[in-house]
Design a protein around this ligand. Structure first.
Ligand code: SF4
Length: 449
């Protein structure tokens, strides 16, 4: 990184000019604190800074004039300027007078200012001085990583208390998500698992606003994010995808090989009566039709879901409807939970709570039915070739891996034999030799990389 005078800057330096009232001062303090926390130095002159932030005031004409003059001065003396604060709320006024500024944000916009700084003056990672690796601290093995794209949820499912703990949906800016993803890929991650409480609602809270990544505009919506993640050259797997209509647009990306042909859709039930009591606006007839269409477009798509049995008021008929749905939809993998009341959930107050023994019987029948479906789906893969990502090794020397159809921890595994010299994180071409209800065995055909 070079300063504007052509000297390499060991540590990026940000100059700061704070104008305006005490509220603006607090904003400035927060930005300065964050800059320091991230390892940026604060420059004391325009000349020794790599970039300058001006926190402006726009309260009266004189303050506005002073702010515009200061921006002009910083552009002349330094050349790289980010504008924030009250005058920044009038982006048009700033750009009309100084079109060459790098970014403009309104007041109290710490995240946006930091994003602009990251974009125009990225922090160099120094293996000796940085406490945290560029990809952050991960609890997963180094070859796959979860990436969270939003927090909170706008639904109010009656069995769930997540919205009361985490609040309504707040989507991360796609530029931030993609930068994190890029760092993960650079650190050697081969598989990105996209998670959130409600992945398909991504962007609805910010009205799908446009952000920037690598100088390109990127809309805050799932299809766009998935497409860009798919360009990073690693596996991208979608979790917690509530089946809104626009989810259909992900399927062509799967058929083109941009993202893995895998969808984790938490359906919870199939009986319209129970779905209504759960406050899940889904429709199982429509769901069947959509799954049929998805498989037409992308025949190999693997569908995973979770269901709840024994929800208050669930009759034998509702439960039969659920089993019929499983058989007809041929869900590849399904997890099942016996309903249990969670403190604070609305469903606790519903009538006709189901006896524990009935819940258990239904759970067992569900698992038996799903095991048959899963075994039948998996048996169709015998003799086919697939790419497996190696996760670990067994004492007998065989490897455990997964293909596009298996997510870590929750789905089955592929036991791979004949892979001399394989390492964790390798992608290998394997032939499926055998399948049972949940897992597969395979032999190596050729290493992929
Ligand atoms: S179950 Fe999922 S979709 Fe429903 S309220 Fe909870 S987090 Fe939201």
């Amino acid at each position: 990184m070079k300063s504007r005078h052509g000297q390499p800057s060991a540590v990026p330096k940000v100059g700061f000019v704070s104008l305006g009232c005490p509220k603006a001062t607090v904003d400035s303090e927060q930005i300065l604190t964050q800059l320091r926390a991230e390892g940026y130095e604060i420059g004391s002159t325009y000349e020794d800074s790599d970039l300058v932030i001006i926190n402006t005031c726009g309260f009266i004409d004189a303050a506005k004039e002073e702010s515009l003059q200061t921006i002009g001065e910083a552009l002349r003396e330094n050349g790289r300027v980010i504008v924030t604060g009250c005058l920044g709320a009038k982006e048009g006024v700033v750009l009309e007078n100084h079109p060459e500024v790098l970014a403009v944000t309104g007041p109290h916009a710490l995240q946006e200012v930091m994003r602009a700084v990251h974009q125009h003056l990225p922090q160099r990672h120094d293996a000796f001085t940085s406490l945290v690796p560029p990809q952050g601290i991960k609890l997963t093995p180094s070859h796959y990583a979860y990436i969270k794209i939003s927090e909170g949820c706008n639904h109010r499912c009656t069995f769930c208390i997540i919205p009361s703990m985490r609040g309504d949906l707040v989507s991360r800016a796609p530029g931030d998500v993609l930068r994190e993803a890029e760092n993960l890929v650079k650190s050697g991650v081969k598989e990105l698992l996209v998670v959130s409480q409600d992945t398909s609602a991504y962007g609805v809270d910010v009205r799908y606003r446009t952000d920037f990544w690598g100088g390109r505009p990127v809309k805050t919506n799932l299809q766009t994010l998935a497409r860009h993640l798919g360009e990073l050259g690693v596996w991208v797997r979608m979790h917690y995808v509530y089946p809104y209509p626009h989810v259909d647009e992900l399927i062509p990306l799967m058929a083109e090989g941009k993202i893995l042909p895998y969808l984790d859709i938490p359906m919870q039930h199939a009986s319209p009566r129970i779905l209504k009591a759960m406050k899940r606006p889904a429709d199982s007839a429509n769901m069947l039709e959509r799954i049929r269409r998805w498989r037409e477009i992308c025949p190999e798509i693997a569908i995973r879901s979770t269901f709840i049995v024994g929800f208050p008021g669930e009759t034998e008929r509702d439960f039969e409807e659920l089993l019929d749905f499983l058989r007809e939809a041929e869900i590849d993998r399904a997890g099942c939970f016996e309903y249990s009341p969670v403190e604070g959930a609305k469903a606790n107050a519903l009538e006709n709570q189901i006896p524990e023994t009935v819940k258990r019987d239904r759970f067992e029948l569900f698992m038996e039915t799903q095991a048959e479906i899963s075994a039948s789906r998996l048996s169709r893969r015998i003799g086919t070739q697939t790419t497996a990502l190696i996760d670990e090794f067994l004492p007998d020397g065989s490897a455990l891996g997964r293909s596009f159809a298996e997510s870590p921890e929750i789905d089955g595994v592929i036991t791979v034999s004949g892979g001399i010299g394989l390492r964790v994180g390798d992608l290998v071409q394997v032939r499926i030799e055998h399948a049972d209800e949940h897992d597969l065995t395979a032999t190596v055909v050729s290493p992929r990389n």
